[in-house]
Design a protein around this ligand. Structure first.
Ligand code: NAD
Length: 506
């Protein structure tokens, strides 16, 4: 047993990151660690008026930040990456304390922040616009990319810091101030990251305006202030599809810009030619990693009838032997569910599939720590068909396994759900692989071959279709969402020819 209380470890780790805010505010918002289910801090919450003031300050910051050359803005992000490297272990521990991730996954999340910062530093010299052939003689046409405005970033509990950085590293080099509304379940990590960012700001010097990066602590009401403010040019919201259904229309109603990163119902297809050993490991990590609480967690598995009796017993064995335990004290691969609500949702889904003919292996609550913590054995459910809860995302480690015989039919079933985030095929057959990646294949934003659905790299654009919201962030050309495009036509001739040959002589 650890000798110090979790609250003491939390306070020490926050101090090591440079946080000076009070963590024991009387009557404040309790922050509960899923590791033990105990409150590790109580924080002062921001009011709607505070949120409005933050928006005003960020807009003031925008006026000067947009005029700083992009490579100089990149220098701030470079310094931030240096500070993140110094605080990787402490920030990783905060992720483990607040989200219950293993130390390796907690630090992996911080590494993702470092990686996107490095990407953004290079990007700060590559915010390219096109020059375009014009039909008019003596003219030049080009496009210019300008900073967009204030970016509001709303994040989910299961990735307490990396998605903020996917947005903010790009937004900052693009010339946009950021306001972060982290999940009310994981606000401490956000405060720790902000303290690390402030160290970079101090080294950067005088040309960074006040209010360039702000954090608002609170629940949906604080998030809604950002969502409804016409002074927030872009809302990037990560969370449930339920949240996206509220946020999306509100931002659209004021013609704001929105990046929605919502829930998924990700699947894998195991074909007859699959490398079964590799498939087993990929599915095990994809389905059980982070206790099934990743947006990219594999939730459905379609297995060809010819290999079903090989892969499914091996999977059941892997599930039975996986270690579940306290991520701060043991090397367990699977940590806790975030709270009782998540546990109840898992129990309810398993009850429902039993009624529908599902055969459940695992899923039992584990006796780890106090009653207030919710640890479960991951569950595999053999289903006769895709039905009931299989159609929706239950944010817990449940993998529904179904047998298939016809490839075209399994593609239809694969796409016949609301979520459109991530997908995998396990095959060594070129035709199956290419079909899966083709226009009639997976309809997800992420389509993988011979790797699992989770664990994306920052270099690619991240996001998904349908109920996942359609947003893209992180790598590739996702930066364009944080800038506005102007098309410029310059006439350097002595004539005024009109486009499309239109004549208008006066
Ligand atoms: P959630 O929707 O409950 O909360 C997410 C965030 O939205 C929180 O900060 C919350 O305070 C805020 N919020 C909720 N209602 C709001 C409203 N009306 N206006 C403004 N803000 C509001 O989600 P969660 O339980 O924290 O996270 C789990 C969900 O997030 C899962 O569905 C998961 O798939 C999804 N997720 C998606 C991605 C992705 O990139 N696609 C990544 C991580 C998590």
């Amino acid at each position: 047993m650890q000798s110090k209380s979790l609250a003491a470890i939390t306070a020490e780790t926050m101090a090591a990151c440079g946080v000076s805010a009070a963590l024991d505010v009387s009557g404040g918002m309790a922050v509960v660690s899923p590791v033990t289910g105990e409150a590790v801090a109580t924080l002062a919450e921001h009011s709607v008026a505070d949120a409005e003031a933050a928006v005003a300050l960020a807009n003031e910051a925008f006026r000067s930040w947009r005029m700083i050359p992009a490579p100089r803005r990149g220098e701030l992000v470079r310094l931030f990456a240096e500070e993140l490297r110094k605080s990787k272990e402490d920030l990783g521990r905060m992720v483990s304390i607040e989200a219950g991730k293993s130390p390796s996954e907690g630090q992996g999340e911080v590494q993702e922040m470092i990686d996107i910062c490095d990407f953004a530093v290079g990007l700060s010299r590559q915010l390219y616009g096109l020059t375009i052939a014009t039909e008019r003689p003596g003219h030049r046409m080009m496009e210019t990319w300008h900073p967009l405005g204030v970016v509001g970033i709303i994040t989910a509990f299961n990735f307490p810091c990396a998605p903020w950085c996917w947005n903010s590293a790009l937004a900052l080099v693009c010339g946009d101030p950021v306001i972060w509304k982290p999940s009310e379940k994981t606000p401490l990590t956000a405060l720790a990251v902000q303290a690390v960012f402030e160290r970079a700001l101090a080294r950067f010097g005088g040309d960074a305006p006040e209010g360039l990066s702000q954090v608002l602590i609170g629940g949906p009401a604080v998030g809604e202030t950002l969502v409804e403010s016409e002074k927030v040019a872009l809302i990037s919201a990560t969370g449930s599809t339920r949240m996206g259904r509220i946020v999306g229309p509100k931002v659209a109603a004021r013609f704001g810009r929105c990046i929605l990163e919502l829930g998924g119902n990700n699947a894998g297809i195991v074909c007859p030619s699959a490398d079964l050993d590799m498939t087993l490991r990929a599915v095990a990590f994809g389905a059980m990693g982070t206790a099934g609480q990743r947006c990219t967690t594999m939730r459905r598995l379609f297995v060809h009838a010819s290999v079903y009796d090989q892969i499914v017993p091996a999977l059941k064995k892997a599930y039975a032997s996986v270690t579940v335990g306290n991520p701060l004290e043991t090397p367990a691969l699977v940590g806790p569910l975030i709270d009782k609500h998540a546990y109840d949702a898992m129990v309810a889904a398993l009850e429902e599939v039993k009624e529908l003919g599902g055969v459940i292996h695992g899923g039992e609550r584990q006796d780890v720590g106090p009653d207030t913590a919710y640890y479960v054995k991951p569950a595999i459910v053999e289903m006769p068909e895709q039905t009931g809860p299989v159609f929706r995302e239950t944010f817990a480690p449940i993998l529904y396994v179904m047998k298939y015989t016809d490839f075209d039919d399994v593609l239809e079933q694969h796409n016949n759900v609301g979520g459109g985030l991530s997908s995998s095929i396990f095959t060594t057959d070129l035709r199956e692989m290419e079909t899966f990646l083709s226009a009639r294949g997976s309809d997800c934003g992420i389509a993988n071959v011979n790797i699992g659905t989770s664990g994306a790299e920052i270099g690619g654009a991240f996001g998904g279709e349908k109920e996942t919201g359609g947003g893209r962030e992180s790598g590739s050309d996702a930066w364009r969402a944080y800038m506005r495009r102007a098309t410029n036509t310059i006439n350097y001739s002595k004539d005024l020819p009109l486009a499309q040959g239109v004549v208008f002589d006066i």
